[in-house]
Write a protein that binds this ligand. Structure first.
Ligand SMILES: [Ca+2]
Length: 180
């Protein structure tokens, strides 16, 4: 009987801690695996999606190659006002001079210049101010850059962490009782 309760708690804890991670990405087509710009609005013909050996993950990445002016790639993300979210993405250059600006709701979070050819993960935490948050990348490249795995995920609230912690404590407590 105790063992079955322990198993039930363990299953619950494992479910809570593993399942929602991928399901909660609010970005549509953030890994560009649709093979096109579905979900995104691009204002420059230098921004495209195609199969590339330079994808960070999967077969596709967005190639960001506006040469003349800053080209933008945008998406409206469904968010809950007042809630905290984390934006994360992977970016690499194809070489040469470059600039890559990250903005959330019109606020500039990072203005990156002359980044390198190794994929680097960038992440930012923000608080949503409306039910739709505008994520915008603006870029100008001498040769080009690749963007992949764009995610916006809710930052777990203390209550959720507390629940998870209580579950883990409960599971270890039950385990100890079973052993004794
Ligand atoms: Ca991808």
């Amino acid at each position: 009987m105790r063992k079955s309760i322990f198993t039930a708690i363990l299953v619950l804890v494992v479910t809570l801690s593993t399942v929602p991670v991928h399901a909660m990405n609010m970005v549509e087509n953030g890994g560009f695996e649709s093979g096109n710009l579905t979900g995104w609005v691009a204002n420059d013909i230098g921004i495209s999606v195609h199969p590339t050996m330079w994808a960070y993950d999967g077969s596709y990445a967005a190639e960001i190659s506006p040469h003349e002016n800053l080209g933008t790639l945008k998406q409206l993300i469904p968010t809950e006002t007042g809630k905290a979210y984390e934006l994360s993405y992977y970016l690499r250059s194809a070489g040469g001079a470059n600039e890559f600006i990250t903005s959330i709701d019109g606020n500039k979070y990072m203005d990156l210049h002359n980044f390198g050819q190794d994929y680097t993960n960038y992440s930012f935490t923000f608080s949503a101010i409306s039910p739709l948050t505008e994520l915008a990348f603006a870029s100008q490249q001498e040769f080009g850059a690749f963007l992949d795995n764009v995610t916006v995920t809710p930052v777990p609230e203390p209550a959720t962490l507390l629940l998870l912690g209580a579950g883990l404590f409960g599971a270890s407590f039950m385990k100890r009782r079973i052993k004794s």
